[in-house]
Design a protein around this ligand. Structure first.
Ligand code: SAM
Length: 276
């Protein structure tokens, strides 16, 4: 008789958030498919669990997926865990779930912590309707397509981001979505948990200069029904221009972009920048 795949959520930073059923699932299964076996070994050691593991990550997911499915079909029960949080949400587990469905393997879930929903819950932005956007691609074409897709999205938007890519992402979000409210949520459930509630304008200026550490979720307000976007002063426009220039953009390009974003005159901005 075939076994099953159990998709198990694990803590996103605080081991005390490990669900009781998740501990039991790890104890009861035949083997674990883990995104990073070193991370999962720490978790197993903490709960005194010894279990064989198969590493299952982005670059081996196709061949390892087949191997895992075959073992399940022969009767073994497999637990799927990711580095942190719910497997299959912005991680390779999504592929294993699909492969199991294709092979008629039974799938069940032990829900656990999730960074996206936890960040949304404390953001203060509307939670009634929201959309999960995952990571913006580093591929320029796909990134622009993604940003263009969401320009008119009214629902609250959730993004994942790595700290070293934060400045570029805030700059692009501001450039494409205009000035909106944003909550930058970092290090959830950890010692340095922090939430910064600000605007895309303020954030893109601040973090073009300042480094930020840790794991990050961005919660961005959806497009407002109101026609009036927050107005920019010339001072704010200059600040924004300086942050773009720091990233090496030419003066004329900066002036054009700022004019489009703020509604101020390109010539006026250009003149101001020349006088700096
Ligand atoms: N499957 C996971 C889940 O349930 O959220 C997410 C996997 S995704 C590869 C990892 C991203 O989740 C990180 O880059 C970060 O954006 C977000 N993340 C994970 N843990 C976090 C935490 N403690 N605080 C803030 N963001 C976190």
């Amino acid at each position: 008789m075939s076994g099953k795949l159990l998709v198990v959520g694990t803590p996103i930073g605080n081991l005390k958030d490990m669900p009781e059923r998740a501990i039991q699932a790890l104890k009861d299964c035949d083997f674990i498919a883990a995104e990073d076996t070193r991370v999962t070994l720490k978790l197993l050691n903490h709960f005194n669990i010894k279990k064989p593991m198969v590493s299952y990550f982005e670059h081996n997911k196709m061949q390892k997926g087949e191997l895992i499915c075959n073992r399940i079909l022969k009767g073994e029960n497999c637990v799927l865990v990711s580095d942190a949080g719910m497997p299959a949400i912005s991680d390779p587990g999504e592929e294993l779930v699909k492969q199991c469905i294709d092979m008629n393997i039974k799938i069940s879930v032990v829900p656990g912590p999730n960074a996206a929903v936890s960040a949304l819950a404390i953001s203060g932005l509307p939670t009634g309707r929201f959309t999960f956007e995952g990571f913006l691609s580093v591929n320029k074409k796909r990134r622009i397509e993604h940003l263009n897709d969401i320009v008119n999205e009214k629902r609250t938007l959730i993004f994942y981001e790595a700290p070293h890519k934060l400045a570029a992402t805030l700059k692009d979000l501001h450039e494409y979505l205009g000035n909106r409210e944003i909550a930058i949520v970092r290090e959830l459930t950890k010692i340095y948990e922090e939430i910064i509630r600000t605007t895309l304008f303020e954030a893109s200026c601040k973090y073009s200069n300042e480094k930020i550490k840790g794991e990050i979720v961005l919660i961005v307000a959806g497009k407002s029904e109101e026609i009036d976007e927050p107005a920019y002063t010339l001072e704010q426009a200059k600040e924004l221009a300086k942050s773009m220039q720091r990233e090496g953009e030419a003066l004329s390009v900066v002036a054009k972009k700022i004019a489009k974003l703020t509604g101020l005159k390109k010539r006026e901005i250009y003149k101001e920048l020349l006088n700096e």
